[in-house]
Design a protein around this ligand. Structure first.
Ligand code: COA
Length: 164
């Protein structure tokens, strides 16, 4: 049976750290669906369609033939069930991620027991990276080129009126 995994996130915006996880996951599963969702606790800078467009653009440039892009609203576990995913990929950067990720993995397993949450560690340079950090740097005219792919850099330029 083909192993399908979902890699969900808010992706506000997608960063090089997310890309690192996508590439790692693509070597472990037959098919990965990078899925843009909503975290009800977050107020994203980029709209759903902007985030989705950026993820699509970036995934296309990766040219990995087993990686696709999707979106979902509502519960992640229900979505995973609907598409027949047997794994939910999450990046685990530091111990501080653990508590939240642990809770989410257990809640998802209660709702949809057939999917296992699989945690992958990013490469060291991305361990401290977060979308919030990148947004703050971009908002304050900092250089984000080492943290995000080119399309995201361009999107920041547009968002902040030509500022870096
Ligand atoms: N590289 C860089 N950053 C990374 C990363 C990596 N490898 N792995 C995680 N992060 C960062 C993200 O940039 C993000 O940073 P931010 O908080 O500054 O924005 C943070 O870690 C985690 O965000 P993300 O991975 O996008 O997940 P999330 O916590 O926003 O959750 C959903 C997003 C959509 C998966 C989750 O909210 C969800 O499942 N929602 C649906 C409702 C549901 O089913 N909830 C669970 C059951 S109650």
């Amino acid at each position: 049976m083909k192993k399908l995994a979902v890699y969900p996130g808010t992706f506000d915006p997608i960063t090089n750290g997310h890309i690192d996880i996508i590439v790692r996951a693509s070597k472990l599963f037959d098919r990965i669906i990078v899925s843009v969702g909503e975290n009800p606790q977050k107020k994203p800078l980029f709209t759903h369609s902007e985030r989705m467009g950026l993820v699509e653009n970036v995934v296309e440039t990766l040219a990995l033939d087993n990686v696709d892009v999707g979106y979902f609203s509502g519960l992640l576990a229900r979505y995973a069930d609907e598409i027949g995913a047997t794994a939910i990929i999450r990046g685990l950067r530091a111990v501080s991620d653990f508590e939240y990720e642990f809770q989410m993995a257990l809640a998802n397993r209660k709702i949809y027991p057939d999917a296992e949450t699989v945690f992958l560690m990013p490469s060291e340079p991305f361990v401290y990276l977060s979308s919030s950090m990148v947004k703050i740097i971009a908002q304050n005219s900092g250089d984000v080129s080492i943290f995000v792919p080119k399309p995201v850099e361009i999107a920041f330029h547009k968002k902040f009126g030509g500022k870096k």
